[in-house]
Design a protein around this ligand. Structure first.
Ligand code: FE2
Ligand code: FE2
Length: 374
């Protein structure tokens, strides 16, 4: 855990600032500011690890301030603490990489637990980045070493994945940790993988969010809901086994390149085996690119033969991809994306789930929300 991390509290209300300081100062090195301008000044001047922020602060306000902080240092973890409980704002905040969202009045146990988790994420993020650097140097060694002495790319990735898992669970003394530990870990892993690419930043977080909306409507039992959220975080993890150039390619893909991309669900399954993942999680990751009409991959399953989590993630994944900019096209508006989902209900997607998803999306999300540059 990251004791004495530097926390910046941004809130216009003097009493709230003092209260937060009182609650956090025994764990963290706390600094207080009252508006956005002072917050930006602070993060440029000092190394800040965590920020708590009320979206109602001024100059700049809310989401603009989140963007400014993340533009300066994407590893600063931000916890929103606000009386504004509007769902649309929460989704916006997630799009910009906010760690969590607490409502005022907050309760102390919840606050400490969220701040500790944010601090842990910050520290593990730094560790994961150094491990991925190691992965890159292993790749470079592979380019220069004699071929007989080489590990295959997949073997290297699996080695790194094991190393990351052991490091995480040993450090937290939770080798037999519960699903919350896994959830925290996979969130971290997914966000680290995505942080190098502005086009996919936060994608897994949002796919997990949209998937959870559907599992809520379907009244999934807690374990199934947790498995779905974990699988949603992990669904594209196999893309670390596919070249970045290919994933971001702007021109249309050749048949050979397309078949490499299509390997990512299976590569993902190979990587997550060491996470002690359940059979459900594995099958959701494996089948998130199946289509309801059987024309998907990797197995061409159709209809309800596709595991429910695979069908849900397919919708959440496509929706987020459509409303996000990609190197080769601009984002659709949420309204246009919802029309596209309807068009593909029954062919690409499970029609009942599409209907439910459209009913579940926050209503004000349809109006006036800008396309998001993911
Ligand atoms: Fe995928
Ligand atoms: Fe995806």
């Amino acid at each position: 855990m990251c004791n004495k991390c530097k926390v910046l509290i941004v809130d216009e209300d003097f009493a709230v600032r003092e209260n937060l300081k009182l609650l956090l100062q025994s764990h963290y090195d706390v600094t207080l500011v009252s508006d956005g301008k002072k917050a930006i000044k602070k993060i440029y001047k000092e190394k800040i690890d965590l920020v708590t922020l009320d979206l109602e602060v001024s100059n700049p306000r809310g989401i603009e301030l989140v963007k400014a902080i993340k533009d300066h240092d994407s590893d600063i973890e931000i916890v929103i603490i606000t009386a504004n409980t509007d769902l649309r704002t929460a989704i916006d905040a997630l799009h910009y990489g906010v760690f969590d969202y607490l409502n005022k009045p907050f309760n102390m146990t919840e606050l400490i637990s969220v701040m500790n988790a944010a601090a842990q994420k910050r520290q593990l993020n730094i560790k994961l980045k150094s491990m991925f650097k190691e992965l890159n140097s292993l790749r470079e060694t592979k380019l220069t070493a004699p071929s007989s002495s080489l590990l295959g790319e997949d073997e290297i990735l699996i080695k790194i994945a094991h190393k990351i898992c052991y490091s995480y669970f040993n450090e937290n003394q939770r080798i037999d940790g519960d699903y919350n530990d896994y959830l925290r870990f996979v969130r971290l892993l997914a966000s680290t993988l995505e942080s190098k690419d502005p086009y996919t930043h936060g994608h897994s977080e949002r796919v997990s969010y949209y998937s959870a909306l559907l599992s809520g409507s379907l009244s999934f039992e807690a374990k199934l809901d947790e498995e779905l959220r974990i699988a949603a975080y992990l669904h594209d993890i196999g893309k670390i086994g596919v070249s970045d150039k290919l994933v971001r390619k702007q021109d249309s893909l050749t048949n050979e390149e397309w078949s490499l991309i299509k390997e990512h669900p299976e590569k993902g399954v190979n990587l997550i085996c060491c996470l002690k993942t359940s059979r459900n999680i594995i099958s959701y990751v494996r089948h998130h690119h199946e289509r309801f009409d059987g024309k998907g991959y990797p197995y061409g399953l159709s209809g309800e033969d596709i595991p429910i989590g695979g069908r849900i993630i397919a919708i959440a994944d496509a929706y987020d991809a459509m409303i996000s900019d990609r190197p080769y096209r601009r984002a659709l508006s949420p309204e246009q994306a919802q029309i596209e989902l309807e068009k593909c209900a029954g062919t690409q997607f499970d029609p009942k789930l599409v209907k439910l998803f459209l009913e579940t999306l926050p209503k004000d999300y349809n109006q006036g929300l800008e396309p998001i540059a993911a």
